[in-house]
Design a protein around this ligand. Structure first.
Ligand code: ASP
Length: 352
């Protein structure tokens, strides 16, 4: 990553923009017609209004800006490390990121940055910043304003990882990308918005996350990627299910079930799941529905999974469930502890 620094002015909020790539900074390759990531200078040149903000802004850019589809846990560690290194130097951080995996990055960072007390606002855009109708300019400027916002006692208004997109500020680990073309591309179906962005920015102060103990920031870099999604569907076969559950080195599965956490009760299905749980695989039940939660005992079909050893993911998003598994396995907790922690809220990712 490449740092650029400006001279700081006393009294102004000091903000760091971390540019990782994404559509916001892309330009069209004239030879192929495809959008490709471009550098930060191009992005800044297209937002002259940045100079009118009364903030001291520095930036850090990934050596090679990425389409976020190419992001992996190593990149999350890079972002977390930049925040850790500069934590005391800045009042807030704005991460520019592609929308495709933004909810994964936001969820992962929320677990990795323990005791975060400063704003980490992740944003991007649906149209590149160089386009006339771009949503990137507004998203960037508003994110900087959110990152700079202070309460009367001088503490940051937002003290968590959040996603800002168009009219809303969402809790990062509660968000999902739901539209490939709406400017309001993100949703948080099971948790209210942290702020509504209109003429003003109206924060929901009653639900903003606050760390309980006055402990310093701890960055957890260990992430175990030996996890996967398994989305069930009518007609899923025993051979496919068993094959998947026997994938080498697999430690955790986010099982995407129907409705309130239901799955087939065929003997072979429950047997295969039970065998996997007995072998020490952690299987977490989340719903395929965009909204609502797993109720393990509402139906016999869900109850059978629970008895087989499956853990309830309650109202976790898929993104939060899979990154939480990576995080907990990365902490080297024993299986029983991973299971216990999957069912409690660590950083507001699930209903307590
Ligand atoms: N493919 C792009 C990305 O995630 C999409 C976007 O930024 O909106 O990097």
């Amino acid at each position: 990553m490449r740092p650029t620094t400006d001279v700081k002015t006393e009294g102004c909020p000091h903000l760091l923009i971390i540019y990782t790539g994404g559509t916001i900074g892309m330009i069209e390759n004239p030879a192929t017609g495809s959008l490709e990531p471009f550098d930060f200078e191009h992005l800044v040149d297209n937002v002259p209004k940045l100079k009118r903000l009364d903030f001291d802004i520095d930036n850090y850019q990934f050596e090679k800006p990425l389409d976020s589809s190419s992001m992996n846990p190593g990149h999350w560690v890079d972002i977390a490390s930049v925040i850790e290194k500069h934590y005391d130097d800045y009042d807030g951080f704005v991460v520019l990121h592609g929308t495709d995996t933004m909810a994964y990055t936001a969820s992962a960072l929320s677990f990795m940055l323990e005791n975060l007390r400063k704003p980490v606002v992740i944003t991007g855009s649906q149209l590149p910043i160089g386009e006339v109708r771009t949503d990137g300019e507004e998203n960037l400027i508003t994110s900087l304003q959110v990152a700079a916002s202070r309460e009367e006692d001088g503490t940051p208004t937002v003290q968590e990882v959040a996603i800002l997109f168009e009219n809303y500020l969402w809790r990062g680990n509660r968000s999902t990308k739901y539209s490939a073309d709406n400017f309001n591309a993100f949703k948080s179906s099971n948790f209210p918005r942290l702020a509504k962005i209109g003429l003003g920015i109206c924060y929901r102060r009653d639900i903003l996350w606050r760390v309980k103990d006055a402990a310093p920031l701890i960055v957890h870099r260990g992430l175990d990627p030996h996890v996967m999604y398994l989305s069930i569907f009518p007609g899923i076969t025993e051979s496919v299910l068993r094959h998947v559950l026997h994938a080498p080195d697999l430690r955790g599965v986010v099982l995407k079930t129907y409705g309130a956490g239901n799955a087939p009760t065929d003997g072979w299905f429950i047997d295969a799941i039970k065998e996997a749980c007995d072998r020490g695989l952690v299987i977490v039940n989340v719903t395929q529905c965009g909204n609502g939660k797993v109720l393990p005992h509402r139906y016999e079909t869900g109850s059978a999974l629970y008895k087989a050893g499956v853990i309830s993911g309650h109202d976790l998003t898929s993104e939060a469930a899979i990154t939480k598994l990576m995080f907990l396995f990365g902490r080297n907790y024993p299986v029983e502890e991973v299971k216990r922690l999957m069912e409690v809220s660590l950083v507001g990712e699930m209903h307590e």
